[in-house]
Design a protein around this ligand. Structure first.
Ligand code: NAD
Length: 273
């Protein structure tokens, strides 16, 4: 018996990192998974791996900033597998980095589109089909940065903080429908988002990130998949409106890390030092 038997899940950003690990885990626990991403090659790889392990998955190319794409994604889940039980709004990027006064409006907006508007769209289009089943679980990826902001990543931290509040507001609106809405706040997780293009790659990042929190190892995508699985399953049926920290204790304030510099955090486009 799997923990997600007979459930249908949509996961965005599932071609890589936490989304990929969650897709594999959800499928191993019995869910049929719609793997959504812009990265078709990576996503097809995840679908093939799930199939090779006897699971069920399909790829739906999705730009999470597009309402049409999100609607098509949810429709695909229902058309392909007959229902929707779980939506994991996880796709993301580091967004605009550098000093606030140097962040362009364009980069600010892009960061919010991918990290916040996409979550709004994911919730908006999931609640209808979930209500038809008598309930469901919506999970979104916020960040430790959404709770404890840091210099150099203002747009990211603000966008992720918005995800926490959006989660709580939506939890209030949809509790009566038995639709649970929660988010996860990862600490530093060893994914391509963090080490892509960095000198020393994954190995050097792992070493550096091991020092960033009380538990002396880098967070792994599977650490997030474990929490996502719990929130997706019926084991969490009385939990809604929460922001679950999965961070090796980073939230205690012991972190010796500065987001947005060197190895310490995700970024795209620019990296100010
Ligand atoms: N890695 C960390 O330390 C860390 C910490 C806290 C929060 N997060 C958040 O975790 C989530 C997952 O990131 P990850 O670390 O697994 O990174 P990742 O780069 O490994 O995976 C992110 C995935 O999102 C996809 N994506 C990006 N923009 C998209 C778009 N517009 N439409 C569809 N897909 C898109 C990418 O193609 C990629 O496959 C993100 O929301 C990120 O902000 C990461």
């Amino acid at each position: 018996m799997g923990r997600l038997d007979n459930k249908v899940a949509v996961i965005t950003g599932a071609a890589s990192g936490m989304g990929r690990a969650s897709a594999m885990r959800f499928a191993a626990e019995g869910a049929a998974v719609v793997v959504a991403d812009l990265n078709a090659q990576g996503a097809e790889g995840v679908v093939a791996e799930i199939a090779a392990h006897g699971g069920r998955a399909v790829f739906q190319r999705t730009d999470v900033t597009s309402e049409n794409d999100i609607k098509a994604l949810i429709d695909r889940a229902v058309r392909e597998f007959g229902r929707l039980d779980i939506t994991f709004n996880n796709a993301g990027l580091g967004g605009a980095t550098g000093k606030l006064e140097e962040v362009t409006v364009e980069d600010w907006d892009k960061t919010f589109h991918v990290l916040t508007r996409a979550v709004f769209l994911g919730i908006k289009h999931s609640v209808g089909p979930m209500r038809k089943n008598g309930g469901g679980s919506i999970i979104s990826t916020s960040s430790m940065g959404g709770i404890r902001p840091a210099a150099g990543l203002t747009a990211y931290c603000a966008a992720k903080a918005a995800v926490v509040n959006l989660t709580m507001a939506a939890a209030i609106e949809y509790g009566h429908d038995h639709i649970r809405v929660n988010c996860i706040c990862p600490g530093g997780i060893l994914t391509p988002l963090v080490y892509r293009g960095q000198p020393g790659g994954e190995e050097a990042a792992a070493k550096n990130m091991a020092r960033a929190q009380p538990i002396p190892r880098a967070g792994l995508p599977e650490d997030i998949a474990n929490m996502a699985l719990f929130l997706a399953s019926d084991e969490s049926e009385w939990i809604t409106g929460t922001a679950m920290m999965v961070d090796g204790g980073m939230n205690t304030g012991n972190a010796r890390i500065r987001f947005g510099t060197g190895w310490s955090g995700p970024s795209f486009e620019r990296r100010e030092r």
